[in-house]
Design a binder for this molecule. Structure first.
Ligand code: GRF
Length: 213
């Protein structure tokens, strides 16, 4: 049986949709078990449901503490036999306890070339610094925000005419290509976290997780 993926979102869900689309190919090595949003109005929930993926909301506002919210997330993930948790625009900070529970099985995508531009407004900050390369990073999640061992990076050239919106759109296109590859590598055992080192072998080792557009 293929490893089962739970995807956590908070909004639009284009990365989630890209992974769901990739997983429709019978040769894809993972099954998308569920999509969970912490916000009831997340657009991505409709997209997931329209693709036949169990889509549900665990609204953080309904829980008195972060721990209780995460307990419910874990219950939902465990009910669906999830093996890996993929954060795709999920806008809640997770506790050490949750992160420890999914050690080596929890990944995130961030819209910058980490360790540059942790946090929010990455495209604006990159433009105002005048960097020539910007991009995205997929990494294992550790308690420190937007840190954690790096699995994959995609770079885009910054154009003189770029606005935060045009730059974000080009970065997002790279995110949408890179993330399904990372999920495939995790599910097939070709991407593994060993301590704080990422070990990549097989097809993914040949540069498929690095791109420059
Ligand atoms: C992406 O830019 C991702 O890097 C960041 O949040 C955004 C989510 O976009 N973590 P989407 O919901 O996947 O379209």
């Amino acid at each position: 049986m293929k490893p089962r993926i739970g995807i956590l979102i908070s909004g639009r869900g284009s990365n989630m949709a890209a992974i769901v689309a990739a997983a429709q190919d019978p040769s894809y090595p993972a099954t998308i078990a569920c999509v969970i949003s912490n916000r009831p109005d997340a657009k991505g929930l409709e997209t997931a449901a329209a693709n036949g993926i169990p889509a549900l909301c665990v609204d953080h506002k309904h829980f008195p503490s972060r721990e209780e919210f995460e307990d419910e997330l874990n219950r939902q993930l465990d009910d669906r036999d999830v093996d890996f948790v993929v954060l795709a625009g999920f806008m809640r900070v997770l506790t050490e306890r949750f992160i420890g529970r999914w050690d080596g099985k929890l990944v995130n995508i961030h819209p910058s070339l980490l360790p540059s531009y942790r946090g929010l407004h990455t495209h604006e900050r990159a433009l105002s610094d005048g960097v020539k390369l910007h991009g995205c990073t997929v990494h294992f999640v550790v308690p420190e925000l937007d840190a954690g061992p790096i699995i994959a990076q995609g770079a885009v050239r910054v154009r003189p005419s770029d606005t935060p919106e045009t730059l974000a759109a080009r970065v997002l296109a790279v995110e949408n290509t890179l993330y399904p590859r990372v999920v495939a590598g995790l599910a097939s055992g070709h991407i593994v976290l060993a301590g704080d080192q990422v070990i990549i072998d097989g097809p993914a080792a040949e540069g498929a997780l690095i791109s420059l557009a």
